[in-house]
Design a protein around this ligand. Structure first.
Ligand code: ADP
Ligand code: MG
Length: 743
């Protein structure tokens, strides 16, 4: 018989009914290779596990089993509430009791698989586990020798893989099926996509070894080493994709921009402030990129208020005062004189995520470009404007969309600011040389080309974000971009005063907010949920919902103030309307979910209360409080938590001490994992890849190797020919691209 091929359908070799086939498909598993690459999520070390039947009084118990008979009752004498039930593991059943924790019986339910850690107490024959910690499991660990719950002799095999499961397909099945695939010889025909030299350089196991080690490790180090290899591999493929993108951009021609420093200094000297050193460096890096003969791809990361708009405006000015090559050439050749109208200048498209933000950028640009003979257009879903107006050189004027589009097309408007309306088919530029985008994480190469339309030249790209993400994640998801940090705040800003409000400390906070409202300020109240509050399963804390909290506050703490509500389930138009009313100070207090995090500027809103702060990542809390650091008044942030846990308080304290958002993002990554990090979801990384993000060396290695590999590839027309020279890598990269596009 032929050996099993990794490309074979699983059903060719295993009997799997249609129900389970469907379940597997949901996990993206159809072939043998898919199955082998369904890696264990974690391992259980069974040498620590005791069987329920063998438990003795005063023992510190770690048991796995199924819950039953859960209920709450009152203690006989003291009337204190007790939750109780049983845990059963096949060897025996033992009672479990939680004193003063009536919610435990509600948080868990009969039939659930759990791991319990707690002390065995009671008297002989009436033993029970007291106040155990509970960890919910999707399933019990694989019983590799079918006896782990029977107190059998200890063998070497104590590490058991636990897989992400799906309806009816258990860890046990994944484990045994992987082993059967090994037996059927699949490892002998598997080819390793990663070049031997790379594996050796980083001491990574080859594919064959890694698969054995990851599915059936004899030692924890083996599993660790195998995971490292697969993590490296995943980040490597992403980096190859990014390097290919980058190579494609580099191969295309772009526009040359006037980068005369005197010219730019004349522009920035008009600002009512001096640039921060970070702004100066950022501008210099962008201008330096403009001198290259391929298009820039750059990410500008800076906290809210770090002054990204000034960087955008200055570099936009450099572009908007530059001539397209045809114009120059004609003049040089003496074909001219060509009028401005005939050639126009190079053009800039500045895209914002919302209409309000687009308008704000438009207004900022008007300030920066006042008195200069440069037209600026605004295009949004609800209308268009042009600056300056004919009648007033300091004011914009509404114009028709048709008129605006005409002027953009003939080059008379060199700077166009807008929402997504910018990338509509109808918008055509004459010489689009520079795209600036604000907080749009998904702006890819294709959108960039779409904006450039038929233009053979690829525009320079500056992507700006206030999203604090750790360096490793930035290197991965923005692997095709150069990264510039704006890590300094303009001088003279009042640093935000952040207070952590524990249980029972809210009164003084409300007192403070009321005095701020009296003084004419406004406030945000951020709640973690939209609908009715419900007991949170994990912590049993009552979460405040936006609607309920707004009602409560309106009746109590803020009886005489105007409250508004904003949440993610409202339509964009509804949201815009509420924000506009808040901006116009028709609303004093905006009770909202975290949707307000996108950079809207209401300088008079200088207070923010964040309820359930323990639920948010630090970087998200940081971004939320960024809403109130825009004005000239002293800003305040109140992070409210009902949690009594010292760890939680410790973590929240970092908000008070950290210097910037990047520091907090790193902190999040170290202490909470990457799950809730910004950009984590968009990255398309698997759980294992997410783990890899904690390892800067690994990410840098994968990135360097990927760039190196792509840099040495011969070209096929305009793109490096990966498919021909590394077909296996090309296959994996294509697959990753697919899953990214599926979102
Ligand atoms: P970001 O977009 O990075 O959040 P903005 O560009 O909107 O920040 O700038 C925030 C505010 O800071 C604006 O009012 C701007 O005029 C001001 N600003 C920008 N740079 C400086 C600077 N170097 N010194 C003082 N104020 C500045
Ligand atoms: Mg901004």
């Amino acid at each position: 018989m032929l050996p099993m091929s990794p490309y074979d359908l699983l059903t060719t070799h295993f009997r799997i009914d249609t129900l389970h086939q469907k379940a597997l498909k949901r996990l993206g598993i159809t072939t043998v290779y898919d199955l082998l690459m369904h890696l264990p999520a974690r391992y259980e070390d069974v040498s620590d596990i005791q069987s329920v039947g063998g438990l003795q009084k005063d023992q510190e118990a770690i048991v796995f089993g199924q819950l039953s008979g859960l209920k709450t009752r009152k203690a006989w004498k003291s009337k204190r509430p007790i939750s109780e039930g049983y845990i059963e593991d096949g060897s025996a059943k033992i009672k479990v009791m939680w004193f003063n924790q009536p919610y435990m019986a509600k948080m868990y339910s009969d039939g659930m698989y759990v791991k319990l850690v707690g002390k065995v107490t009671g008297s002989e024959g009436k033993l029970y586990i007291a106040n155990p910690e509970v960890e919910k499991l999707d399933a019990l660990p694989v019983d590799r020798h079918d006896s782990i719950f029977k107190g059998s002799e200890i063998t070497d095999d104590t590490i058991y893989p636990v897989y992400r499961e799906t309806k009816g397909v258990t860890s046990k099945w994944f484990y045994h099926t992987a082993l059967k695939c090994f037996e059927k010889g699949v490892l002998d025909v598997l080819l390793d996509p990663i070049p031997e030299t790379i594996l050796q350089k980083y001491k990574l196991p080859n594919l064959k070894t890694a698969l054995v080690w990851i599915h059936s490790p004899k030692k924890a180090e083996h599993a660790e080493s195998a995971r490292k290899r697969f993590a490296f591999e995943e980040v490597f493929y992403i980096q190859v994709q990014k390097a290919l993108d980058r190579a494609a951009v580099s191969a295309a021609t772009t526009y040359q921009v006037n980068t005369d420093t005197k010219h730019l200094e004349a522009f920035t000297s008009r600002f009512p402030f001096a640039l921060t050193p970070a702004q100066t460096t950022a501008i210099a890096s962008i201008i330096e990129s403009f001198t290259q003969n391929h298009a820039m791809s750059r990410l500008l990361e800076g906290d809210v208020g770090s002054g990204k708009t000034a960087v955008a405006a200055t570099t936009a000015y450099a572009v908007a005062t530059s001539r397209p090559p045809e114009g120059r050439k004609s003049n040089e050749l003496g074909v001219g004189p060509l009028t401005d109208l005939e050639w126009g200048n190079l053009q800039v498209a500045y895209m914002a995520p919302t209409e309000i933000l687009a308008k704000q950028h438009f207004e900022s640009f008007i300030e920066y470009f006042k008195h200069l003979p440069i037209n600026i257009g605004l295009i949004t879903g609800s209308g268009c404007q042009k600056f300056p107006s004919k009648s007033n050189p300091n004011k914009p004027t509404p114009i028709s969309k048709a008129q605006l589009l005409k002027w953009v097309k003939n080059g008379e408007i060199p700077i166009l600011i807008g929402t997504h309306a910018l990338i509509y088919k109808s918008v055509e530029f004459k010489h689009l040389a520079y795209i600036i985008i604000d907080e749009q994480h998904r702006f890819g190469t294709n959108q960039r080309k779409a904006l450039a339309k038929k233009d053979a030249r690829i525009p320079h790209l500056l992507s700006m974000t206030a999203t604090p993400i750790p360096r490793t994640l930035a290197l991965t998801i923005y692997g095709d971009l150069d990264i510039t940090l704006l890590d300094q705040m303009p001088q003279g800003r009042k640093p935000i005063i952040t207070k952590i409000i524990g249980p029972g400390q809210a009164a003084s906070m409300y007192e403070h907010i009321r005095s701020e409202l009296e003084a004419g300020r406004q406030a945000y109240v951020i709640c973690p949920r939209i609908e009715e509050p419900d007991p949170d399963k994990q912590t049993a804390l009552i979460l405040k919902s936006v609607t309920a909290e707004a009602q409560r506050l309106g009746k109590t703490e803020f009886k005489n103030w105007r409250l508004g509500v904003l949440h993610g389930k409202m339509t964009p138009a509804e949201k815009d309307k509420v924000m506009a009313r808040f901006a116009a100070h028709e609303i004093d207090i905006l009770v909202a979910t975290s949707v307000v995090e996108v950079g809207v500027n209401v300088p008079n809103a200088t207070n923010i209360i964040i309820e359930g702060a323990e639920r948010f990542g630090l970087s998200q809390l940081h971004q939320l409080r960024g809403r109130v650091v825009r004005g000239t008044h002293q800003p305040y942030c109140f992070a409210v938590t009902d949690s009594k846990s010292e760890k939680t308080k410790e973590r929240l304290k970092a908000l008070v001490s950290a210097k910037n958002g990047f520091e907090l993002a790193e902190y999040d990554l170290t202490f909470r994992g990457s799950g809730e990090l910004y950009g984590a979801k968009q990255s398309g990384l698997s759980d294992l890849g997410m783990e890899a993000i904690k390892n800067l060396k690994l990410v840098e290695a994968a990135r360097n190797e990927a760039r190196d590999l792509v840099a040495h590839l011969p070209f096929n027309h305009t793109t490096p020919d990966l498919a021909r020279h590394f077909p296996l890598i090309a296959e994996r990269v294509a697959k990753i691209g697919e899953s990214l596009h599926m979102e």
